[in-house]
Write a protein that binds this ligand. Sequence first.
Ligand code: 13P
Length: 335
Amino acid sequence: MSIEQLAETAVAMVAPGKGIIAIDESSGTIAKRFAGVGIENTEENRRAYRELLLTTPGLNEYISGAILFDETIRQKTKDGVPFARYMSDNGMISGINVDKGTHALAGFPGEVVTEGLDGLRARLEEYYKLGARFAKWRAVINIGEDIPSGTCIEANAHALARYAALCQEQGLVPMVEPEVLMDGNHDIDTCFEVSEVTLRALFDALYNHNVALEGTILKASMVLPGKDSDDTASIEDVAESTLICLKSAVPAILPGIVFLSGGQSDEDATAHLDAMNRMGPNPWPLSFSYGRAMQQAALKLWSQDLVGNYDAAQATVYERAKANGLAALGQWTRG
Ligand code: 13P
């Protein structure tokens, strides 16, 4: 796989006015989401729910691709079409979540490191055959008293770089995700500092591991005050802090940056993205790779009546995709 082909995929992922829908919740996370709305966590319910999302009419107008989970990339629509094929037939790129989740970082209470490097080369080879063209790995950085430690940031950056190099070797675009969590009562300046040092460590590690940035996408968290903080940052404050942080730490050669929603409300996630694009031009396309901020309205509707609300649930997915697609251009209007 040439760098040119990887770069082509990366550029298509952040095509103007398009972004990614993240539907790669692990079995544990989807169990929590389903439990929240009273849906039984069976394989068929997970399949049917992911089918609802992916077959939303008109989704490809605003969605360039989707991140799937291991189980999902092996599943089919009710008509027997593998999801990955359904997506490529409809002009959307399949991505796959390839990490094995976070585990306590030994010796560093309260901190985690993402595992999943063992056997990754063979798994990537299989995912490519199943149709995946990009792969996501999520590292998690917690903010708290005396954390994150330098060791935690380095360990996660190193794992991200090793996974990214393996992805490129196997023909998949790495979507590197160092998520700085919103949990806590820290202010926006603390989030800025932690995000900046994390991104600098990540791009150092990618450089040291010969990862071609032209064929890499960054999935970033926004610079926000903690969920339990009294800090009342405005939409513009968040947009401005996030942009300054990214500009100081992310090389301009990167084809694009997509954001996670991380527990923000649907509207805030859209408003922040829109504000950042209105403040442009920026060095890279800025778009979205939202999970919750794309799905939560649909899940609620679908859960009330697995059949009757199907069209209404898909309509909310389309609305969220459209709003975020417009925000990726800085053209969204509230309401
Ligand atoms: P949220 O947008 O719900 O944060 O999920 C995105 C994601 O894929 C996190 O890894």
